[in-house]
Ligand binder design. Structure first.
Ligand code: C2O
Ligand code: CU
Length: 480
């Protein structure tokens, strides 16, 4: 009988025991192939119904899990759109609580950003909301609710948004691969008893005990010898920092958080992804026909096999790796941010267990840590303030550069997500990657720079969703 682990204190709780390889004769089912819905202007709106559904997250012999999902699918439908074209999606709320859709990482029109209480009202049960926006940057993005996201994302509401380059590098397959961890109880249901627990909020967040790739207990991707694959990794976990290992292959990193990077080999075939982060990889399938190679997750104790590339018995596409460039076409963001005249903003991260925070301002009142935690479920603060305030953390004129100096004074890692903009690590003279979510380890300091060129109200928050709910969320205003 499969048994769920108790929530544990370690920052990276381990997964439950689980079957490794399914039989050697595992069928060549394209579990990774999900219907791609074209979100083109002439096709009108793609409907995304947020509703209850059943998903086989555990091995087939185990029970299915009731989830909340877009169109009943975990992950939701893949939306594909050409760069510069508009995405049109109609959210229909069939849940019994308010929801919305946030288009994570898109430099979007503010009115379409989906943040309940900041850019829109909650979409009520039974109601619709039409999202329509231009996707300016090609790359790998995702969508999820921005209302009670700690619950709604944990229950399965998320999907992938792919913005296609007009001239992408040549590959045989382009695969989106969503990694998530779920906390299930002994009956294989979403563990509701611990949903939103103060313990999780003040520690690492809600760590799961079951890992899925594209919603499958073991994800199996048929390939052929010699193929080149573009693998778009997306972490939709609430809180776990994933460490995925592409075993027996030599993947190259070509994009982070949607934005192209100078290709570089992935040391050890391993990539670390904070919640919300993405990485695009190029992988040549260099093993012999009939081989299989594991994709494993190594953040917890031990190595958890989460999927396989299963090579066709005999077919060989080419015997030498494809001799074509793997770099993506240049993105629209400059190599470096010109930080002359930048607005300097400190962002001090405080609180959490073992953090030594004694109190913070909550709804305009200075409260002691006990009261914050017990009466309001708050555990974290930015610059001494817990939770989103009516006033922004800062205001900036459109077009002005910002240097955000983040200091993690806590004992926990945090993945800080900036809405509506990508930012690069501020290292004068260096062209660092553009990211929408920056991971800071305990006690780490990272300054990021960006030009505040997108008018509106934008959140900055920890994407460990329990941390966000427990105070690590603020916003800034770009006047334009
Ligand atoms: Cu992916 Cu504010 O969220
Ligand atoms: Cu955090």
């Amino acid at each position: 009988m499969w048994k769920a682990k108790e929530p544990v204190r370690s920052p990276q709780a381990s997964f439950s025991r689980r079957s490794l390889l399914k039989g050697a004769g595992a069928s060549l089912l394209a579990l990774g192939a999900r219907p791609a819905l074209a979100a083109t202007p002439d096709a009108g709106f793609t409907t995304l119904r947020a509703r209850k559904a059943s998903a086989q997250l555990l091995p087939e012999a185990e029970p299915a899990t009731e989830v909340w999902a877009y169109e009943g699918m975990v992950p939701g439908p893949i939306l594909r759109v050409a760069q510069g074209k508009s995405v049109k999606a109609l959210l229909r709320n069939e849940l019994d609580q308010d929801t919305s859709i946030h288009w994570h990482g898109i430099r979007i029109d503010n009115a379409m950003d989906g943040v309940v209480g900041l850019t829109q009202n909650g979409v009520k049960p039974g109601e619709d909301f039409a999202y329509e926006f231009t996707a300016p940057d090609a790359g790998t993005y995702w969508y999820h609710p921005h209302n009670r996201s700690w619950e709604q994302v944990a229950r399965g509401l998320y999907g992938v948004l792919i913005v296609e380059e007009s001239d992408p590098p040549q590959v045989e397959r382009d695969i989106a691969l969503v990694v998530d961890d779920w906390r299930l109880n002994e009956a294989g249901a979403i563990d509701e008893a611990s949903m939103g627990s103060l313990h999780d909020r003040a520690h690492a967040g809600r760590l799961g005990n079951v890992l899925t790739l594209n919603g499958a207990d073991i994800w199996e991707q048929p390939v052929r010898s010699g193929e080149r694959i573009r693998l778009r990794l997306i972490s939709t976990a609430n809180a776990r920092i994933m460490r995925l290992r592409l075993e027996e292959h030599n993947p190259w990193l070509i994009a982070l958080d949607g934005q192209p990077v100078t290709p570089s080999p992935l040391a050890g075939g391993e990539i670390r992804l904070a919640p919300g982060q993405r990485a695009d990889l190029m992988i040549d399938m260099e093993l012999d026909p009939g081989s299989s190679a594991a994709i494993s997750e190594v953040s917890a104790q031990g190595r958890l096999v989460a999927g396989h590339f299963l090579y066709h018995e005999s077919e060989v596409v080419r015997s030498q790796p494809l001799d074509a460039p793997i770099a993506l076409p240049a993105g629209k963001l400059p190599e470096r941010t010109d930080t002359q005249g930048a607005l300097e903003v400190p962002l001090l991260m405080e609180g959490g267990a073992m953090g030594g925070l004694t109190g913070a301002v909550y709804k305009g009142e200075l409260l002691g840590i006990q009261e914050l935690a017990r009466n309001h479920g708050m555990a974290w603060a930015f610059n001494g303030i817990a939770g989103r305030t009516p006033e922004p953390l800062f205001e900036v004129e459109k077009g002005r550069p910002v240097v955000l100096r983040m200091v993690n004074e806590t004992s926990w890692p945090h993945g800080i997500h900036i809405h509506g903009h990508h930012a690069q690590v501020f290292a004068p003279g260096e062209a660092t990657p553009w990211r929408d979510t920056h991971l800071l380890d305990p006690q780490e300091e990272v300054a990021v720079a960006f030009v505040a060129d997108n008018p509106g109200k934008w959140m900055i928050h920890c994407h460990m969703l329990e941390h966000q709910a427990a105070g690590m969320g603020t916003w800034f205003h770009v006047k334009g």
